[in-house]
Design a protein. Sequence first.
Length: 348
Amino acid sequence: MVSKEHFTIKRTLPLLLIGLLIFIAYLYFFVGIGEIAEDLRRANLFYYSLAFIAVFVEIFFYTSAWQGFLVPLSVKVPLRKTFQYVWVGLFVDLLVPAESVSGEISRAYLMVRGAGGDAGKVVASIVGHRILNMIIVLGGLIVGTIVFIVNFGLPLGLVLGFLIFVIAGIGVSVLFLIFLSVREQATQKMIDWILRLVVSISQGRWSLDSLRAKSQKMLRVFHQGIEVLSKNPKNLVQPAVFSLMAWLFSVLIHFLVFLSLDYQVSPSQVIIVFSIINAIQAMPFGVPGEVGLTEIAMTTSYHLLGISIEISAAATVLIRVLTLWFRLLIGYITTQWVGIKALTGKLE
C-alpha cells in the first residue's frame, strides 16, 4: 500500500508542478506577480489561520454526514476511522485525475475492509451522500445566482451561460444518480456493459459469469440499502444538517481568505465561484487536483463577477493553499498512518 502511494506520487508530482507553472505563467502575463506578492504580504494571518481551522471543521461535518448514512445501514465503525478514510479519499482524489470517483472507491474499499461492512451497503451510503451533497451545491448555486442578479444585475453573457450550463449539468447528474438508485434493472444493464468491457480488455483473465454473479449480489444489497434510506426520511435529517454545515464551512474558507486580504466580498460572489469550481473539479481532465485549470478558472470567475484581478488572483493563491496543498499534506500523513496500521494488522 505504501509503495503504491509512493509510486503514484512520483508519477503525479511532475503533473502537479506543470499545472502550477501554468498558473504562475498566467499570473505573470495577465495579472502581475509584483501586485499579487504585495497583497499576499499584507494578508492578515489571524483570519487566514482561522481558514485552516475551517478546513478541519468542514471535513469533520462532511465525515459526520457520511456516518449518518452508514449507521441506518448497520455499518458500524467509529467516527474517528470514518474521518481517516475521508482524508485518504481526499488524498487519492487530489492525486488521481478522476475527481471524486477515485476517492469514493478508496473510501468504499477501506470501509469494507476496515469495518467489515457489506460492499453494497457501503456503496449505498456513498451514493446517498453524493446525491445529498450535489443537491446542496445545486441549491446554493441557484440561490447565489438569483441573489447576484438581484443585487448586481445580469452577469456577462459568457458567465451567465456557463452558470446555466453548470446548473443544468449538476441537475442532470443528480437525476441520473437517483434513477440508477431506484431502477435496479437499468443499473444492472449498465454494470453488465462495463463488465463486458472489462473482460474484453483483460483478454480472458476474468470470468464474465463470476464478475456478474458478484455484481448482482452487491447490487441487490445496494438497492436494499437505498430502500432503507428512502423508506425512513428521518434517517436523512442528520446527514442533511451535517452536509449543509460542511458546505457552509467550505464557503467560509473563501470568506476568511478575502477577509484576510481586507476585502469585502458578497455571499453570492463566493457561492457562485465556489459552485463553478466544484463543477470543474468534478470533471476528470487528467490533471491531478486540476492544478492550473482550477486556479485560472477561480481567478477569472471572481474577476468577471466584479472583483479586481489582483485581489482575485491573491485570494485564489491563498484558497488553493488551503483546499489543495494543505489537504494534500494532511491526506498524505493520514494515508501513511492508515497504511502503517494495515501493514501491522491493525486496520480491522
